[in-house]
Design a protein around this ligand. Structure first.
Ligand code: NAD
Length: 345
C-alpha cells in the first residue's frame, strides 16, 4: 500500500524464518551495512498479514540505518519481527527456533529488545547465540530507561527551540505507557510537567493518573489534546495526512519508531507550524546503550550516557538548519545520515 512503499528501499537482505512445529514465523531485515553489521531489536507483534509484518520490519530496519548513522555509530540498520502475540504465543520452543535462526545469520545481525520482546527473552536467546544485546548477564540490560532519558532531553531541546526553558507547567500528551513512555512520564512529572496520557491498557492509564496526577484519556482522544508537546511512545504510523489535521500540539517529540506514516508527512507538520523531532534521532538512546556492549572494551555506562547527552545538541542543530532552509526536520536528518554513510563508502 501507499504508506508502505517507501519501506522497500534497497534492503541488502531479508530472511524469512519458519518453523511450523515450534510456531516461529519471523523476518529479519538488514537494510544497510555500510557502517557495520545490522543492529536493531526484535519486535513481537501479531500482524494480521505477512505483508503488514514485512512492511513494518522493512521500515523499522531502514530507520535503524539512519539512527546508527546519525548517532555516529559503526553499525548498520537491521530489525527483526516475530509474527506472534507476545502474551500468548512466545513460548520457549518458539524462542529456541528463533535463536537458531539468529545463530545461522552468523554475526550479520545483532538483536535486542523492542515491543513485545523483553530482557528475559534477550537473556534466553543469549544463552543460545552470541548475537544478542540488552542482556543482563554480560550486557547492559534493558535499554528503555536510556531511550526514555534521551527522549526526555529531546523534549527539552524542542521546547528550548521554541523559547521555553523549563518543564514546569508545560503540558505533554503521552501516547503509550510502556517501558519508555512510563519512564518518560516519571521524568517529565519530576520537573513539574502536566501530563495527559493514554494507553490501550486501561490499568496503565489508572496507574499514571495515580502516580503522576495525569489526566487519562481514551486512545482516540490523545491526538487532539491541546498540549504543548505530543510524545508518541506506542507504535508507528500515528501521524499521517489523515491524522495530522487533528493534532493539538505544536511539538512532536516521542520515542516511537516510524511515527510518520510517510516521510513526506513531516512537511504537513511543518506547514502547520509543528516542530517535529525526527524519531530516529530522539530515540537513539537505547541503541547507543546496546551498541556499547559490542565496543572493544565492553559496556561503559558513563561513556554511553555522554553520547546520549548529545542527542539534544543534534536535535538543536537539525531544528536550526530546518528553519534556516525552510525544510522539514526529517529531510535534514536523513541528509546528515546519508552523508555519513556516503563518506564511509
Ligand atoms: P512497550 O511495548 O513497553 O510499550 C508500548 C505501550 O504502548 C504499551 O503500554 C501498549 O499498551 C501501548 N500501546 C500500544 N498501542 C497503543 C495505542 N494505539 N494507543 C495507546 N497506547 C498503545 O514498548 P516500548 O519499549 O516502551 O517502546 C515504545 C515505542 O518506542 C515503540 O515504538 C518502540 O519501537 C520505540 N522505541 C523503543 C526503544 C526502547 O529502548 N524500548 C528504543 C527506541 C524506540
Amino acid at each position: 500500500d501507499a504508506a508502505g512503499l517507501d519501506a522497500f528501499d534497497n534492503h541488502e537482505r531479508v530472511w524469512h524464518g519458519r518453523d511450523t512445529v515450534r510456531g516461529l514465523n519471523a523476518i529479519v531485515a538488514i537494510h544497510n551495512t555500510a557502517l557495520g553489521p545490522g543492529l536493531g531489536g526484535t519486535r513481537v507483534w501479531p500482524h494480521e498479514t505477512f505483508e503488514a509484518a514485512l512492511t513494518d520490519v522493512l521500515r523499522l530496519s531502514r530507520g535503524m540505518t539512519f539512527k546508527s548513522a546519525i548517532a555516529g555509530m559503526d553499525f548498520g540498520g537491521g530489525k527483526a519481527l516475530i509474527i506472534a502475540n507476545s502474551k500468548t504465543d512466545k513460548t520457549p520452543a518458539l524462542l529456541e527456533a528463533y535463536a537458531e535462526m539468529l545463530a545461522a545469520l552468523d554475526g550479520q545481525y545483532y538483536t535486542g529488545e523492542d515491543v513485545g520482546f523483553t530482557v528475559a527473552d534477550a537473556d534466553f536467546l543469549r544463552a543460545r547465540t552470541p548475537n544478542v544485546t540488552g542482556t543482563t548477564v554480560g550486557g547492559s540490560g534493558n535499554p528503555s530507561p536510556v531511550t526514555a532519558h534521551g527522549v526526555f532531553l529531546g523534549v527539552k531541546a524542542a521546547l528550548k527551540h521554541r523559547g521555553i526553558d523549563r518543564l514546569e507547567g508545560v503540558h505533554v500528551a503521552v501516547q503509550g505507557l510502556g517501558s519508555v513512555g512510563w519512564t518518560l512520564c516519571e521524568k517529565l512529572a519530576a520537573e513539574g510537567a502536566r501530563l495527559t496520557v493514554t494507553d490501550i491498557d486501561d490499568a496503565r492509564i489508572r496507574q499514571a493518573v495515580e502516580a503522576f496526577g495525569a489526566t487519562g484519556v481514551a486512545t482516540d482522544a490523545i491526538l487532539p489534546v491541546p498540549a504543548q508537546v505530543f510524545a508518541p511512545c506506542a507504535l508507528g504510523g500515528v501521524l499521517s495526512a489523515e491524522t495530522i489535521p487533528a493534532l493539538g500540539a505544536k511539538i512532536v517529540a516521542g520515542a516511537a519508531n516510524n511515527q510518520l506514516a510517510r516521510h513526506e508527512d513531516a512537511r504537513l507538520l511543518m506547514e502547520r507550524g509543528v516542530l517535529y523531532a525526527p524519531d530516529y534521532v530522539i530515540n537513539a538512546g537505547g541503541l547507543l546503550n546496546v551498541a556499547a556492549e559490542l565496543a572493544p572494551g565492553g559496556y561503559d555506562r558513563d561513556a554511553t550516557m555522554e553520547k546520549v547527552a548529545k542527542i539534544p545538541d543534534t536535535l538543536a542543530d537539525i531544528f536550526r538548519r530546518a528553519e534556516e532552509q525552510n525544510r522539514p526536520t526529517n529531510d535534514i536528518a536523513s541528509e546528515i545520515a546519508d552523508e555519513r554513510i556516503a563518506a564511509r563508502r
